[in-house]
Write a protein that binds this ligand. Sequence first.
Ligand SMILES: [Zn+2]
Length: 90
Amino acid sequence: MRKPSWLLPSLDHVVPRALGGKTIWENLVCACVYCNARKGGRTPHQVGMHLLKPPIKPRRNPVINVRLESDKYATWKHFLDHAYWNVELK
Ligand SMILES: [Zn+2]
């Protein structure tokens, strides 16, 4: 069953770009579209949200090797298509 579009994953800047937040590993988290929109251009603290984990830069190369046509990764495909490849992480 397909998830509603507002439950699909997205990348969110913890400190919004409009507030000087950079597109770096330590400032990006995965969030569903609903939470991303709810937070908007504010910090989590400003909207009473909290991070499950602080974002960190991975030690290993994050390139993944999965079969994206598999049903198991159906939601990943959307994420990789729309978010991952459009963001240059430093
Ligand atoms: Zn959410």
